[in-house]
Design a protein around this ligand. Structure first.
Ligand code: ZN
Length: 213
């Protein structure tokens, strides 16, 4: 990839993460003008944390530190991981995109794990910042609300239904709106940040929330 490429990847065979500069640019804004909360959500969660988590998703975890396909996990850890990821597969299987078209939870599992893990890693990092600790409002929004909105900002876009239908059948990534709503509904801080209560559309009972990494 070139520095201006808008992409990032984790390659398990090299145990390598590549983050080109291009993906850290928020179109239309100068770096120095951007709120920290937005940066942690936009770049920290959806890119850096996401790629780190790929090393420990359902595929990446099967490679050792040298990049060889060799199982290094203890049986007990593996069983717990499979139990949690099975729950996450079922959550995504239940998302309906168009008419009766469901997400394939198994095919998109690695990306869905990386989205959830990325959000959790970047949240840990964001909670260490002065901006989070000071808790000042910007435009009436708390730092935590801005963190989640910053992440969502990265997935804004438009797609025709035909393209969406093709992607559901061919893309290992979930559609953009589910890369936001899917993981958010599993994160306790999201509920606290926006006061989500039982009966709200994105509410999941505490026991139904998936926590992998
Ligand atoms: Zn990914």
């Amino acid at each position: 990839m070139t520095p201006q490429t808008y992409n990032a990847y984790y390659n398990p065979s090299n145990n390598e993460i590549v983050l080109p500069a291009g993906i850290f640019v928020i179109p239309g804004f100068k770096d120095e003008d951007i709120d920290d909360a937005v940066i942690y959500g936009y770049a920290g969660a959806s890119t850096i944390g996401h790629e780190i988590t790929h090393g420990f998703d359902d595929e990446g975890r099967q490679f050792d530190d040298k990049g060889n396909l060799q199982n290094w996990w203890q049986k007990e850890d593996e069983d717990k991981f499979n139990e949690k990821t099975q729950k996450y597969i079922e959550q995504f299987n239940n998302f309906i995109v168009l008419d009766s078209m469901h997400i394939n939870g198994k095919a998109t599992l690695g990306e869905n794990i990386a989205d959830l893990g990325g959000l959790v890693i970047a949240l840990d990092a964001f909670k260490k910042t002065t901006q989070y600790k000071e808790g000042k409002l910007i435009d009436g929004l708390t730092p935590m609300q801005r963190y989640f909105l910053g992440y969502a900002l990265g997935w804004l876009g438009h797609q025709r239904d035909e393209e969406l239908a093709t992607r559901v059948l061919t893309d290992v990534h979930s559609p953009a709106f589910l890369r936001v709503n899917g993981p958010f509904s599993n994160i306790d801080d999201f509920y606290d940040a926006f006061g989500i209560k039982q009966g709200d559309k994105m509410f999941r009972a505490t026991n139904d929330r998936v926590k992998i990494w």
